[in-house]
Design a protein around this ligand. Structure first.
Ligand code: PRP
Ligand code: URA
Length: 209
């Protein structure tokens, strides 16, 4: 079963309040999303394997640890997932970035694919899928299936705000994928927007409407 990590760090809660606020403009919204993504990345990477290396400090030779194991791939779901990339890359500068373009059909609420470009060695990477919103879960479930169809074996999903319905959908479709969310909100409205949520994440990031 998926592990679901809901963050309770005061800094994340504080920044999320301003991300939710409709009076927060795009510039500040983008900055806050980057900051929260970086803070979340600290926990998302907690289980990364380490290996011992020998180094020399100005005082003596010593053994110390560096990140080992698989390489990382960051996969934002376009568009809104792009807002979370810089925060993750700040922590994982050597990660490769793949892109999956999906939009949610406003009538059917089903995800529609329009773009996919991934690192060639996706099956050898620990993948971190980014999307600020996990609403019905349709987009995340489809993106994860995409990655699996192309050989991905290790996938984590990172969202800022999730609805209970979205978490359930991902857990059921992909029980091997752990989910990291900054907040779990109450419900979805009739348009399948998260309540209270933050509105349309892509529009708020990029100033479109
Ligand atoms: C939003 C969001 C997710 C999706 C969540 O994207 O960024 O990808 O909706 O909804 P779901 O869980 O019900 O699938 P949107 O389709 O609005 O596209 P955009 O990022 O290009 O604005
Ligand atoms: N997509 C968004 O951008 N916001 C929601 O609340 C749901 C889907």
């Amino acid at each position: 079963m998926s592990k679901v990590v809901v963050f309770d760090h005061p800094l994340i809660k504080h920044k999320l309040t301003f991300i939710r606020d409709k009076n927060t403009g795009s510039k500040e919204f983008r900055e806050l999303v980057t900051e929260v993504s970086m803070l979340m990345g600290y926990e998302v990477t907690r289980d990364m394997a380490l290996e011992e290396v020998e180094i020399e400090t100005p005082i003596c030779k010593t053994k110390s640890e560096v990140i080992a194991g698989k390489k990382v791939g960051i996969v934002p779901i376009l568009r809104a997932g792009l807002g979370m990339v810089d925060g993750m890359l700040n922590l994982l500068p050597a990660a490769k970035v793949g892109h999956i373009g999906l939009y949610r059909d406003p009538e059917t609420f089903q995800p529609v694919e329009y773009y996919c470009k991934l690192p060639h060695d996706v099956s050898e990477r620990e993948l971190i899928v980014l999307d600020p919103m996990l609403a019905t879960g349709g987009s995340a479930v489809a993106a994860i299936q995409f990655l699996k169809d192309r050989g991905a074996k290790s996938i984590k999903l990172v969202n800022l705000i999730a609805a209970p319905e979205g978490i359930k959908a991902v857990e059921e479709a992909h029980p091997d994928v752990d989910i990291y969310v900054a907040a779990v909100d109450e419900k979805l409205n009739d348009h399948k927007y998260i309540v209270p949520g933050l509105g349309d994440a892509g529009d708020r990031l990029f100033g479109t409407k």
